[in-house]
Design a protein around this ligand. Structure first.
Ligand SMILES: [Mg+2]
Length: 377
C-alpha cells in the first residue's frame, strides 16, 4: 500500500509572513532546513507528497490570483530543483467563516486518498497549525505539528490534548521530522483474530532490539526474543490461543501474523539488501540460514532435530513456524541445522535466522533503488 505525506505550505515549507499572505516574491523565505531534510525524506523513504494548503480568499480582491502564482510557482520550482516534487497540489480558496467542506481541517479535498489505496495509518499530515493535526485526525492519518508561531497562544496548545492519539510529533525542526519518519517508516502493527487465536504483532524494523513476547509457550517466547535481539528489531508479540488443545494454532498463527507484519513493514523494499545469510554455532550445533525477501515464498528444510518437545514447544512446529513465516512474508528460506542437542539446535536456528533477517532488511540510503532488475519485488 502507498503512504503519503500531506504537507501544508505556509509556515511549513515557507515561513509565514506577518500578514499571513505570501503575495510577493520578497515574502518567500523557505523554512530553515526544509531543502536538505525534505529532499532526504524523498530520497530515502517511499512517501507520496501531497500539498494541502488553505489560501484564504484566493481569486478575490483580498488576494488576487496574479499576486499568488509567481510566489507559488517560485516555491514549487525551488523545491523541485532539490528533488521535492508534489504528486498533487490541493488549494482551498475559501474563508474560515464559510466552513467549507474543502477547507482544512475538513477532508473535502483529500477524499480520494481515503478510499483504501493509501495506508493512512502510515501516512502523516505535516503543518504548523492545529487545523493540520485535526485534518490528520479526520483522515485517520497521523499528525506532525511544526509549532513555530510564537503568536499561537495556549488555546492551540490546550486543544492538542484531545489529539494525543493523532499527534505523532511536535517540533520546530525539519531535522526532527526526518528522524521521526526514518525511525517509524518501517513500524507496523498487525492483528489477526480467528476462532482459535488472537495475535497482535508490533514490529519496527528500525528498532534497537527491544522485545516483549508472550504467547503462553515459554520456550517459543524465548526463541521470539532471540529474533528481536539478534535481528536488532523491536518486536512485541501477544498471542492468546487454544493452548488447552495444543500449541499448534498459536505457533502457526503467530508465524502467519509475523510474516504479514514483515511484508507490510518492508513496503516496496526500496534500498534494502534483500538477501541475508548466516552461519552460527552454539556448542555442538551449527545452524545455517539463507534468506531472500524477493517476494516468492519457498522453504528448504534440512534439520533432523531429536526429541519431540523442548519445554512446551513441539519440535515439529519449528519447521511449521518457518514455513508459515516464509509463506506470509513472501520470502525464500533455506535452512540447515546439525547437532545433537535439540535445545541448542533450535536456538542456533532462531539466532541464525535473526542475523540473516538483520542483514536482509538493512537499508542503504545512498543506494535507494529496488534490489532487482525486474522493476518490482
Ligand atoms: Mg500553515
Amino acid at each position: 500500500m502507498k503512504k503519503a505525506l500531506f504537507i501544508d505550505r505556509d509556515g511549513t515549507l515557507v515561513l509565514e509572513p506577518d500578514d499571513y499572505q505570501v503575495d510577493q516574491l520578497e515574502k518567500v523565505v523557505f523554512y530553515p532546513g526544509v531543502f536538505y531534510w525534505l529532499s532526504r525524506i524523498v530520497r530515502e523513504m517511499d512517501y507520496v507528497l501531497v500539498m494541502v494548503t488553505n489560501q484564504d480568499g484566493l481569486g478575490t480582491d483580498s488576494f488576487p490570483e496574479e499576486t499568488f502564482w509567481p510566489a507559488h510557482n517560485h516555491i514549487l520550482k525551488s523545491l523541485e530543483n532539490e528533488g521535492v516534487k508534489f504528486e498533487e497540489i490541493l488549494i482551498d480558496r475559501t474563508f474560515k467563516a464559510e466552513n467549507a467542506s474543502t477547507r482544512k481541517p475538513n477532508t473535502g479535498m483529500v477524499l480520494h486518498y481515503m478510499n483504501g489505496e493509501y495506508d493512512l495509518d502510515q501516512s502523516f499530515v505535516i503543518g504548523d497549525r492545529i487545523t493540520d493535526v485535526k485534518l490528520a485526525e479526520n483522515m485517520g492519518a497521523r499528525g506532525i505539528w511544526l509549532n513555530n508561531d510564537p503568536g499561537l497562544g495556549g488555546d492551540e496548545m490546550d486543544s492538542t490534548a484531545d489529539l494525543s492519539g493523532t499527534l505523532a510529533l511536535v517540533t520546530q525542526s525539519w531535522e526532527d521530522i526526518y528522524n521521526h519518519l526514518k525511525q517509524h517508516s518501517r513500524q507496523v502493527r498487525v492483528e489477526r483474530v480467528t476462532k482459535e487465536t488472537a495475535i497482535q504483532v508490533n514490529l519496527n524494523l528500525d528498532g534497537s532490539g527491544r522485545y516483549h513476547n508472550n504467547t503462553g509457550v515459554r520456550f517459543f517466547d524465548h526463541m521470539l526474543d532471540q529474533v528481536g535481539r539478534h535481528a536488532r528489531i523491536d518486536l512485541e508479540i501477544s498471542a492468546k490461543g487454544d493452548l488447552d488443545i495444543d500449541p499448534h494454532h498459536t505457533i502457526e498463527d503467530t508465524a502467519i501474523t509475523l510474516g504479514e507484519a514483515f511484508r507490510k513493514a518492508l513496503g516496496d523494499k526500496r534500498g534494502i539488501e534483500r538477501y541475508g545469510f548466516y552461519l552460527l554455532t552454539m556448542d555442538e550445533s551449527m545452524a545455517q540460514v539463507a534468506l531472500d525477501f524477493g517476494g516468492r515464498p519457498w522453504m528448504v528444510w534440512n534439520a533432523d532435530i531429536p526429541r519431540e518437545k523442548v519445554g512446551q514447544l513441539p519440535v515439529e512446529m519449528v519447521e511449521h513456524f518457518f514455513k508459515s513465516f516464509s509463506d506470509h512474508a513472501q520470502c525464500n528460506l533455506n535452512i540447515r541445522v546439525d547437532g545433537t542437542n535439540a535445545h541448542h539446535m533450535i536456538e542456533a536456528l532462531f539466532k541464525a535466522f535473526a542475523r540473516a533477517v538483520r542483514m536482509a532488511i538493512t537499508r542503504d540510503p545512498e543506494h535507494n533503488e529496488l534490489p532487482t532488475t525486474k522493476g518490482m519485488l
